[in-house]
Design a protein around this ligand. Structure first.
Ligand code: ACM
Length: 541
C-alpha cells in the first residue's frame, strides 16, 4: 500500500488529492524523457525497475511516466500530476524534474525504496494528485568528514543517494585534516602514500585514555573522485571539496615536513595525528607552501566542477607563527598588523587564485578574522554571528551553526547516547532550526545561500555510526532547507513526527541505521568503557 500523499518529506509547497483514484504501474507503463531529462529517466528506470521488475520502455501508449522541462518554472521547481493516463513530471530545469522523480518514489510507498521486490507481481500505484513544489534555499547541504574516519567509496555513493532522497543538493566533502589526507594528488604522492594512514586512533572523547591500535586510513583515487562527482551530478548534487588550511594540516605536514613551521618544531617527527582536538601544527606562511597548495588545487579543479571550493580556515592556533622567525619576517615584509592578518593574507591568496580560475572560495567563519577576502563566502559554524557579519558586508553565507546542525552532537541526554560530544540537539531542535536569523534585513538575508548540516566523524568510526548520528535528524533538516516553514515556535512538530512514521519505513527499506524514536538499540548504545567523561566536557573539537 502506498502512504497517504500527506506523508511526503520534505513537505511540498502544495499537494492536491484529485479524487480517490490511483494510477497503477504495469508492464504497459512507459517512461518518456523530454530533452534535458534523460538522466532522470535513467535514474527512474534503474531505481523503480529493480524493485518493480518493470522495464519502463521509452514509449507512451497512453500509460506512462512522462518527464519534460517547462522553462516557465524556476530551475529547481517541479509539478507532478498523477492521473488515469500516468504521471507527468515537469521541472524548470533537469534538477526540478529529478526532485519530482524523488517525490514519485515516495508516492509509490516505502517498499519503492528497496532494491528488489519482496513479492513478484504486487501492484504499484500512485494516488491521483497534483504536487507543486520547489525549494526555499538553493544551498541545501550536508558535510561528511572522511578524514577523521574514512568512508569507503561505496559508502560515499550511498550517502549521496540518501542526500538525493531528501532533496539535498550540496555534498561538502571534507577531504583533509590532521588525522588523514583522503584524495590522490598525482604530483604529491606522499599525501596518499604516507598521510592517508595513521597507526592508531583515540577511542571516544579526546579526554579518554583508550586507543584503538588498528591502523586506520584510506583514500580516493582520482578516478574514484570522478565517479563520485558524476554520480552526484546525475542526482543534481554539487560536490564541494574541502582542503583545510592553514590549520588542520598535520597529516600533510607528516608527508611533507617542509610545509610546517620547521623553525619552531621538528616537523619531520610529526605523525599523522591519532587523537582529536585543535592541533598547534599549522602550515608555514611561505611561498613554497603557497605553491604546494596551488598544485593541490590545480588538480582538484580538474576533478571538481563545483563553483565553490572550500579551503577550511577554521581552528588555526597562531602560536607557532608568533614564535617563528620566518612567519614574523613575513608579517614585517607584508606590513601586516598581526598573525590574524597573516592568516587573512593566506586565505586572500587562494581567493584571488580561485577567482582567476572562475571559481569561488568558501571557508569557515574564522576567515573573517584579520579581514575577509573580497570574493569569499562563509560557512557560519560557531553560531550565526559570523554569517551575520559576512552578509552585512555583502558576502554570501551558508548557515551551519554548531549549536543547531552539528549532527555529531548527542541526540538525547542520558547514559545510552553513544557520542560523548557537546550539547544535546534533539530531532525537534533540528526541526525548529531557522537558517535566517531575524537580525538580517531582507536585503542582507539574500546573502544566505542556504544551510548545511555537518557530520564530523571523530567518534563515528563507520557507516552505521554515521547513519545513527545523521538520521533521523537529517530528515528534519531537509525540511528546514526545502520547505517554507513557519517561524520556529509555530512549526507543527507533531505533524512532522506523524509524517516521520512513514519516513522511518522508507529509511528501513533503504537499510539506514537511524536512531529509533524510543532511543538507541543495544548495538547503538555507548560501550561502558567509553562512559566517561561526558557531562560538562568541552566539545570534542
Ligand atoms: C569546525 O567545526 N571546526 C568547522
Amino acid at each position: 500500500m502506498s502512504d497517504t500523499p500527506a506523508d511526503l518529506l520534505p513537505a511540498p509547497r502544495r499537494l492536491t488529492r484529485d479524487g480517490a483514484g490511483s494510477y497503477v504501474l504495469d508492464s504497459g507503463t512507459g517512461l518518456t524523457a523530454g530533452e534535458g531529462t534523460e538522466s532522470t529517466a535513467r535514474w527512474l528506470r534503474a531505481t523503480l525497475g529493480q524493485v518493480t521488475g518493470l522495464a519502463l520502455p521509452p514509449v507512451d501508449d497512453g500509460s506512462a511516466i512522462r518527464l519534460r522541462l517547462d522553462p516557465s518554472l524556476p530551475a529547481e521547481e517541479y509539478r507532478l500530476t498523477a492521473t488515469a493516463t500516468g504521471v507527468d513530471i515537469v521541472g524548470g530545469a533537469p534538477a526540478g524534474v529529478f526532485w519530482g522523480a524523488q517525490t514519485l518514489r515516495q508516492l509509490l510507498g516505502p517498499d519503492a525504496f528497496r532494491r528488489a521486490p519482496l513479492a513478484a507481481g504486487r501492484p504499484w500505484s500512485v494516488p491521483h494528485v497534483t504536487v507543486e513544489d520547489g525549494p526555499r534555499f538553493g544551498w541545501r547541504g550536508a558535510m561528511l568528514d572522511v578524514a577523521r574516519h574514512f568512508m569507503p567509496k561505496d559508502g560515499v555513493l550511498r550517502f549521496i543517494d540518501l542526500l538525493a532522497a531528501h532533496k539535498l543538493n550540496v555534498f561538502h566533502f571534507h577531504l583533509s585534516d590532521d588525522q588523514g589526507w583522503r584524495v590522490e594528488i598525482q604530483r604529491y604522492p606522499k599525501l596518499t602514500a604516507d598521510a592517508s594512514w595513521r597507526p592508531r586512533t583515540k577511542r571516544g572523547h579526546r579526554a579518554s585514555d583508550l586507543w584503538d591500535d588498528t591502523p586506520h586510513g584510506g583514500f580516493y583515487t582520482q578516478d574514484d573522485i570522478r565517479e563520485i562527482v558524476a554520480y552526484a551530478d546525475a542526482r543534481h548534487i554539487a560536490v564541494v571539496p574541502e582542503i583545510d588550511l592553514p590549520g588542520h594540516s598535520q597529516a600533510a605536514i607528516h608527508a611533507y615536513p617542509e610545509l610546517g613551521n620547521a623553525d619552531v618544531v621538528d616537523t619531520a617527527a610529526l605523525p599523522v595525528w591519532d587523537t582529536w582536538g585543535v592541533n598547534p601544527n599549522i602550515l608555514a606562511p611561505t611561498d613554497a607552501t603557497l605553491r604546494f597548495y596551488e598544485g593541490v588545487f590545480e588538480e582538484l579543479l580538474g576533478l571538481f566542477p563545483s563553483t565553490f571550493i572550500h579551503v577550511g580556515g577554521d581552528e588555526c592556533p597562531k602560536d607557532q607563527w608568533r614564535q617563528s622567525p620566518t612567519a614574523q619576517a613575513r608579517i614585517q615584509e607584508l606590513g601586516l598588523k598581526d598573525e590574524d592578518e597573516l592568516q587573512s593574507w593566506f586565505i586572500r591568496h587562494f581567493d584571488t587564485w580561485l577567482s582567476e580560475r572562475g571559481r569561488r572560495l568558501i571557508g569557515w567563519d574564522e576567515i573573517l578574522e584579520g579581514g575577509l577576502a573580497p570574493g569569499a563566502a562563509v560557512s557560519s559554524w560557531r553560531g550565526y554571528q559570523g554569517g551575520i557579519t559576512a552578509a552585512r558586508a555583502g558576502h554570501d553565507v551558508v548557515m551551519c551553526p554548531e549549536q543547531q546542525v552539528y549532527l555529531d552532537h548527542r541526540q538525547a541526554p542520558g547514559e545510552d547516547e553513544p557520542v560523548p560530544i557537546g550539547f544535546v540537539r534533539t530531532l525537534e531542535d533540528v526541526y525548529r532550526f531557522e537558517p535566517v536569523p531575524p537580525q538580517l534585513s531582507a536585503d542582507e538575508a539574500r546573502h544566505v545561500l542556504g544551510t548545511q548540516a555537518n557530520l564530523w566523524t571523530e567518534v563515528m568510526e563507520n557507516q552505521r555510526r554515521v547513519d545513527y548520528q545523521a538520521f533521523p535528524r537529517l530528515s528534519a533538516f531537509c525540511e528546514v532547507a526545502w520547505s517554507e516553514l513557519p517561524a520556529p515556535a509555530e512549526r507543527d512538530y507533531a505533524a512532522f513526527e506523524a509524517r516521520m512514521a512513514a519516513h522511518y519505513r522508507r529509511l528501513d527499506a533503504l537499510g539506514v541505521d537511524y536512531r529509533p524514536p524510543g532511543g538507541p538499540l543495544p548495538w547503538q548504545r555507548r560501550p561502558a568503557l567509553l562512559g566517561r567523561p561526558i557531562e560538562g566536557a568541552p566539545p570534542n573539537k
